[in-house]
Design a protein around this ligand. Structure first.
Ligand code: SF4
Length: 475
């Protein structure tokens, strides 16, 4: 579901008014930067590690086709099958066919943003399969019929009381009312999930990385649910984006170290699993059938363009956690599974610019996202490029033409420029009111400027222009 510009504004306003959501976002804003900073402080060479991570991702993207083919050969040699899906629909069809061929009815799934992106669950349910999410956050929002609001913590927007109520409504357990204790809720979800794991015919996971050197799909979780999803059912399907290829195991080592520190402020995530293929002769456990579905869905169109850098993303969520826009409105307003700065760059690439043109504009350009990105993606520059494209595609309105013409004329005639700026500074000064520490503020600008001061105050200019001050100092 994409949002229009109007819906984005409405959803943002709604999010700002939701006290419980704001409470959760306060936690993201305050806690996540702190734990990331502590994890980085522990490792003096984190900057150098990020440079290496960027170089690995860049090198991979330059020869993505050969790394993917090498990965495919290794998977085939291990007895697995690789499927190539040009679009999300094709990926869903492939997964459904594998499930039909396996005679499956019940599927379990671990969290994967690619499967959210291609809306795999909805497609499989339309085909008659029962799908259960096994990541606790994903399970909660699946029961509630919602989309993730954060790429790592999908149920960030749901309060504990709401979880209790959701479990009370959906779990077939007799009791007098909703649970009140988080540990009991966890135990209840775990006992329900255990049966799902044991009964499932097919397990679907994503993959954080695909190692070309060994054919391994690397799956990182904090709950261990992906390991059970991959190993208990008779068929395991990995669904992931083509950009996840990585040349060697050594390279994965670097990426895992920057991923965990940036995502959760830890040296490593709780579970890092390397899956190589189906169960081998003599092995007691593991799936008999192993498939990898490589999803393109717009990614190859970004290769070789000014947006290629975005394909370096390792979905750590640091840019969301440090973004003043995301931490004010949360993920749902973006109308895409990818939110925050990375979503504002990715969504126009996947959904097309007309549908998502407002997202690159939802940025203060403060630059924190770029500063914290462990693979050094220049997010503000990419957002600016989308804005440029949008501007070029849109007809210039008469008002804009007039305003820009006036600005050009003033810039060509210094006396007029100087007079206009001096008048504007004085008028703005007169509109201002005193605030703390001697600073004066403009609470409401007139005419078109009113939109700017609807949600914020504007610091008043001191009354003298830069040129006045320059002249005064020179004299
Ligand atoms: S853009 Fe960078 S910071 Fe944001 S999720 Fe991707 S890797 Fe992490």
């Amino acid at each position: 579901m994409e949002t229009t510009s109007r819906q984005f504004r409405q959803l943002s306003r709604h999010a700002l008014e939701q006290a419980t959501l704001q409470h959760s976002l306060d936690g993201v804003r305050e806690i996540m930067p702190r734990i990331r900073a502590a994890a980085l402080a522990e490792r003096g060479d984190f900057d150098a590690l990020c440079d290496r991570a960027r170089d690995i991702r860049e090198r991979t993207l330059r020869q993505l086709d050969s790394y993917l083919e090498a990965f495919e050969r290794r998977v085939q040699a291990a007895g697995g099958t690789v499927h190539w899906a040009a679009t999300g629909e094709e990926a869903c069809r492939i997964v459904a066919q594998i499930c039909r061929d396996a005679g499956a009815e019940r599927l379990i799934k671990s969290k994967s943003m690619v499967t959210e992106e291609i809306e795999l669950n909805a497609a499989l349910e339309r085909d008659g399969f029962t799908v259960t999410e096994t990541d606790l956050g994903e399970y909660i929002i699946q029961l509630r019929g919602e989309k993730p609001s954060h790429i790592l913590a999908p149920s960030l927007h749901v309060t504990l009381d709401e979880v209790a109520e959701t479990f009370h409504q959906h779990h077939d357990i007799e009791r007098s009312g909703p649970l009140t204790n988080a540990t009991e809720m966890l135990a209840e979800a775990r006992s329900i999930m255990r049966d799902k794991f044991l009964q499932a015919d097919v397990g679907i996971t994503g993959a954080n990385f695909l190692v070309a050197e060994t054919g391994a799909a690397v799956i990182v979780t904090n709950e261990g649910n992906a390991d059970l999803t991959a190993s208990l059912p008779d068929t395991h399907i990995v669904v992931t984006g083509i950009e996840k290829a990585v040349p060697t195991l050594d390279d994965v080592g670097v990426l895992l170290r920057v991923l965990a520190r940036s995502a959760i402020g830890e040296r490593l995530s709780n579970y890092t699993t390397f899956v190589h293929g189906p169960r081998r002769d003599g092995e007691a456990s593991g799936p008999a059938n192993y498939h990898v579905v490589l999803v393109d869905n717009g990614r190859s169109e970004m290769l070789g363009t000014e947006f290629q850098d975005m394909l370096r993303c390792i979905r750590c969520s640091a840019c969301l956690n440090h973004c003043p826009v995301y931490t004010a409105i949360g993920g749902h307003a973006y109308g895409s599974v990818y939110s925050g700065p990375m979503g504002a760059v990715l969504t126009p690439a996947f959904a097309g610019l007309p549908a998502a043109a407002h997202l690159p504009n939802a940025s203060t350009f403060c630059g924190r996202c770029e500063a914290v990105c462990p693979v050094r993606i220049p997010l503000p520059s990419l957002l600016r490029r989308w804005r440029q494209r949008e501007l070029n595609a849109r007809p210039v309105m008469d008002g804009q033409r007039f305003g820009l013409g006036l600005w050009r004329w003033l810039n060509h005639w210094p006396p007029a420029y100087s007079l206009a700026i001096r008048c504007a500074a004085r008028v703005l000064r007169r509109l201002s009111v005193p605030g703390r520490g001697g600073q004066r503020w403009i609470r409401r600008l007139p005419l078109l400027g009113a939109a700017w001061t609807d949600c914020r105050d504007l610091p008043a200019p001191p009354g003298r222009t830069f040129q006045d001050e320059w002249r005064r100092r020179r004299s």
